[in-house]
Ligand binder design. Structure first.
Ligand code: SAM
Ligand code: SF4
Length: 325
């Protein structure tokens, strides 16, 4: 369906848990957060019912996220259920990669088509400082498993945050050595992301050009995502930028989010949306759920106002682990 701005909405980011095995500095406080009680998290049956309705509204791509989606038990069963929904053509997941090597075969078998792996550094000590867990080896095993999986589309996401300045070139070099998209995501001022230094796309690109020579145009790789891509001489893959602040992409935004506790969230920055769990558990029939979804999507905010100073009362208060990125 289209929203009130005429944007076609065909992509759902589905958070399956707010729990995580890491504590990335821009996402979660070191002491952790109070997890949402299990009973408040949507069951797989509830998720599948809502996703069937989203598919009826025109959603064609679903991305599993979290928290860390791999920490939720029985994830392949959810993938299987989503794969069976008519209309859903792409089933992706965003993960930190810890435990992925073990989990991937079953997820692939049940229909996972694409995978984004978040990795901010290749240095073990720095990884432990950024994620507050000594798990680089496990994440790299996940990356290797993903790259070895025939037909799986793999992207690597890195958030430049000052601390990992010296790692941006080694991470981008993975796109030289593998047919991989390495993407740099501008730190967004959400939750703990407000507290860290940001590196703009221009700063990252300048650093990469000093190392690899001039950026070359490259096919954008299809899809309607917010990333734009370049490549460098001798690269097998490409380097992308997702720059919500310096290159806003709200006019082409095609996505909505469902939090683990069932809130349909229509813009990353705002608290706008509707509590679908309350409707579901209150016994709402499909027609009522569909109407609530339609109305929330119609009201999707036109744009974020990151970087423009003032924060209104409807600003998102959740941390990224609750939203799913
Ligand atoms: N745990 C999974 C992971 O890390 O890939 C999925 C959830 S995580 C919240 C999704 C993505 O959001 C990650 O790539 C993470 O780097 C990114 N992220 C978290 N906080 C962010 C922020 N303030 N600005 C930009 N990206 C952020
Ligand atoms: Fe966990 Fe992902 Fe947040 Fe890191 S970014 S703490 S891996 S949810």
């Amino acid at each position: 369906m289209t929203d009130g701005q005429g944007r076609s909405i065909d992509y759902l980011r589905l958070s399956v848990t707010d729990r995580c095995n890491l504590r990335c500095v821009y996402c979660m406080p070191p002491e952790g957060v109070a997890w949402t009680p299990h009973g408040d998290i949507l069951s797989y049956e509830e998720i599948l019912r809502l996703c069937r309705l989203f598919a009826r509204l025109g959603v064609r791509k679903v991305r599993l996220t979290g928290g860390e989606p791999l920490t939720r038990k029985g994830l392949p069963a959810l993938v299987k259920g989503l794969h069976a929904i008519e209309g859903i053509e792409e089933l992706a997941m965003t993960t930190n990669g810890v435990g992925l090597a073990r989990a991937l075969p079953a997820l692939r078998r049940e229909g996972l088509t694409a995978l984004n792996l978040s990795l901010d550094t290749l240095d073990r000590g720095q990884y432990a400082a950024i994620t507050r867990r000594d798990a680089l080896e496990d994440a790299l095993a996940g990356l290797s498993a993903a790259l070895a999986e025939p037909g799986l589309r793999v992207k690597l996401n890195c958030v430049p945050m000052g601390e990992n300045d010296a790692q941006l070139v080694p991470l981008a070099a993975l796109a030289r050595d593998y047919p991989l998209a390495v993407r740099f995501i501008e730190l967004m001022p959400i939750g703990l992301g407000r507290t860290l230094p940001r590196r703009s796309e221009a700063e990252v690109l300048a650093r990469l050009e000093r190392a690899f020579g001039p950026a070359l145009p490259c096919p954008q790789g299809g899809g309607s995502g917010p990333g734009h891509y370049v490549t460098f001489a001798g690269f097998r893959g490409r380097v992308g930028f997702i720059s919500a602040l310096s290159h806003p992409f709200c006019t082409g935004c095609n996505r909505v989010r469902l939090t683990a506790s069932g809130f349909l969230k229509t813009c990353l920055q705002y608290d706008a949306g509707v509590d679908l769990r309350a409707l579901l558990r209150g016994g709402a029939p499909d027609a009522q759920l569909l109407e609530a979804m339609r109305e929330a999507i119609r009201q999707k905010p036109p744009r974020h106002h990151f970087g423009s100073g003032g924060c209104g009362t409807s600003d998102e208060r959740r941390n990224m682990n609750e939203i799913g990125g």
